[in-house]
Write a protein that binds this ligand. Structure first.
Ligand SMILES: NC(=O)c1ccc[n+]([C@@H]2O[C@H](COP(=O)([O-])OP(=O)(O)OC[C@H]3O[C@@H](n4cnc5c(N)ncnc54)[C@H](O)[C@@H]3O)[C@@H](O)[C@H]2O)c1
Length: 591
């Protein structure tokens, strides 16, 4: 294809427009910048000069490249100059009437073949296109901030946009070194559509005081590998902007999960917009600062000291049990590894030895440390050996009947005052607790897989858990170098309750033919910095496991938007469970 759009006009040279103008000029194209008035034009040019000077200082650009690209950019305040362009990219403030007026004007000024693109985040591209007489040549081109480093560009087609115009804009994006993905005209497009629904749930979770802001943020960073926690991200994006995007999403979807959480409106009304105003969910050193200040601990109720834990028991012989044994042993705690038979326990210890061996081979563990850890682990085929341990963690099959039976047995065997913990990820902790005569001593310790590597532990207290039991587990987590977050005993705890609705939204987006598996994965990785796209993650976790968790969440909250996407159910019914069966959302066998 010949190089599309040799001359590009950029209207509005603020945060986004200035970045787009520089990116386009770097590709050797002529850029006609248009601002609202002469003062704004002077300021815009100064902004472009300053940002490119910074790029030279940071060695992202040579001085010669800077001179060459600045020579390609002209900035004025007369919209008529846009008539010389092959493509006009609009980057004025997010206001429908402003954008519609501008497009009507551009439609009069520009020759009929000129393509007009809007940079809107959440407004309807279709309604903007309707202000012109050339809707087939109007589309959305959604860059991400900061334009120079963010590779994602969403190319948004309305029902009227010609495929050729969309393909040419995608080609331009590739020419700028970006990765274009194709999206339809829906508020939020792909990346923000999936991201903001999740941010909204996190805000609602905070608002209901289910967990603290620090714990919600740490849980998503450490449990999912996200670059930032959701509440810190809301502060960065701007609480007002987030609320506007969610309003637009709700307007179109009528999905209650998109209705902005009331706390967002309260923060906006109070002028607490996030980093830019110095306070949002967190308080910052100054407006514009990224450094949060520690606030006075809200009259931190003195928590009782935890109970002493000198030895632990782990029940089970699977992946989680073995991983948890490794965590304790490496921290120097004697561990009884209790399985259903001596043979299973021995085999689990052999697994552990292999895992430690791998750490030694990778230089992460010394041979002495390996030997010391192994020496602390005693395999046993009888739960009666757990009589004297101070804390037991149960990691047997995710089946309530099996777990309750085990807790009843532990209640008979283990000495009074010991803490009994379950690693369940989807069953109620309280149902384990009531299988004993000492529910105050029962708590959830939700480790993540692989336990030795994942820092997070969700510490789940039931309505009956004693405060010193919670304290015991928090202290133990610190001792074994895990990051504990505290939450209550409801479905999904923090991480799964925020993660799986997002994964389900992605499946729905796919089922509606809104975007492809690859484009959705790319959008989340490049637009939001996620380590994996939703479909990659679903295939790794297992579609059956994901479906179970989604059903538990829906059953708990009865939120219509949480109902598992039918496509997920169909794939599970068809035996497409992800990597483990060779096929899920992608075909792994053929790769
Ligand atoms: N900031 C982001 O993170 C981000 C990311 C992606 C998309 N967007 C979208 O990009 C668009 C631009 O946002 P921004 O953050 O760059 O805003 P901004 O406020 O930084 O810049 C807007 C610029 O447009 C100029 N302007 C206003 N009216 C004009 C007119 N009639 N003619 C010419 N110029 C005019 C203003 O002087 C200002 O310089 C919005 O639609 C926004 O939703 C923003």
């Amino acid at each position: 294809m010949e190089r599309p759009f040799p001359t590009v006009a950029v209207v509005g040279l603020g945060t986004m427009g200035a970045g787009v103008a520089v990116a386009v000029a770097r590709s050797g194209r002529r850029v006609i910048g248009v601002e609202a008035g002469p003062t704004q034009a002077v300021r815009a040019l100064a902004r472009i000069e300053a940002s490119t000077a910074r790029a030279v200082a940071r060695e992202r650009l040579t001085a010669e490249e800077r001179t060459a690209l600045l020579a390609l950019i002209e900035v004025g305040d007369d919209l008529a100059a846009a008539a010389q362009a092959d493509l006009v990219i609009e980057e004025v403030p997010e206001d429908l009437e402003l954008k519609r007026g501008l497009f009507a004007e551009l439609d009069r000024i520009c020759p009929p073949e000129t393509v007009l693109a809007t940079g809107t985040t959440a407004l309807s591209v279709t309604r903007i296109a309707a202000a012109t007489a050339r809707p087939e040549r109007v589309l959305g081109v959604h860059f991400f901030n900061p334009v120079h480093s963010m590779k994602l560009v969403e190319v948004v087609r309305t029902v009227l946009t010609s495929p050729r115009a969309a393909e040419q804009v995608a080609e331009l994006a590739r020419d700028l070194g970006k990765e274009p993905v194709a999206a339809g005209d829906r508020a939020g497009f792909i990346a923000n559509g999936l991201l903001f629904a999740y941010l909204n749930q996190a805000a609602a979770m905070f608002e209901s005081r289910y967990a603290t802001r620090e714990d919600i943020d740490a849980a998503m960073r450490l449990g999912c590998g996200l670059p930032m926690g959701p509440l810190a991200l809301l502060d960065l994006i701007g609480v007002d902007t987030a609320r506007t995007v969610l309003e637009a999403m709700y307007e179109q979807s009528k999905d209650r999960l998109h209705a902005p959480a009331p706390i967002l409106g309260q923060l906006v009304a109070a002028g607490l917009l996030g980093r830019k105003s110095g306070r949002g969910f967190y308080t910052y050193e100054a407006p514009g600062s990224s450094t949060p200040v520690a606030e006075e601990a809200a009259a931190a109720e003195a928590r009782p000291a935890g109970r002493e834990v000198r030895s632990v028991g782990v029940c089970g012989s699977g992946t989680m049990a073995t991983g948890i044994v490794e965590v304790f042993a490496k921290a120097g705690l004697p561990v009884l590894l209790a399985a259903r038979s001596q043979e299973k326990a021995e085999r689990a210890k052999a697994q552990l030895a292999k895992s430690l061996e791998r750490s030694v081979a990778k230089g992460r563990l010394t041979e002495q440390a390996r030997d010391a850890a192994l020496a602390l682990v005693t395999p046993t085929g009888g739960y009666q050996d757990l009589a004297d341990v101070d804390l037991v963690v149960e990691a047997v099959a995710e089946d309530l009947a099996v777990k309750r039976e085990l807790f009843t047995a532990l209640d008979r065997i283990v000495k009074p005052g010991a803490v009994l913990a379950t690693t369940t990820s989807s069953l109620p902790v309280i149902s384990c607790a009531t299988a004993t005569s000492r529910p105050q001593d029962v708590i959830g310790m939700h480790f993540f897989n692989p336990a030795p590597a994942m820092k997070l532990v969700e510490v789940v207290s039931t309505v009956l858990t004693a405060e010193d039991v919670t304290a015991t587990v928090l202290e133990l987590c610190a001792k074994v170098r895990k990051h504990p977050v505290e939450c209550g005993d409801r479905a999904g705890f923090i991480v799964n309750a925020l993660l799986f609705p997002y994964l389900n939204d992605a499946v729905r987006m796919l089922a509606e033919h809104y975007a492809t598996v690859d484009d959705i994965d790319t959008a989340m990785k490049l637009g939001c910095g996620y380590p994996m796209g939703p479909f990659e993650l679903l295939d790794v976790v297992g579609l059956d496991v994901s479906l179970t968790i989604e059903k538990v969440l829906h059953q708990e909250f009865r939120e219509p938007g949480l109902a598992a996407a039918p496509l997920l159910e169909h794939l599970v019914a068809a035996g497409c469970l992800g990597r483990k069966t060779g096929r899920g959302f992608r075909d792994h066998a053929r790769r």
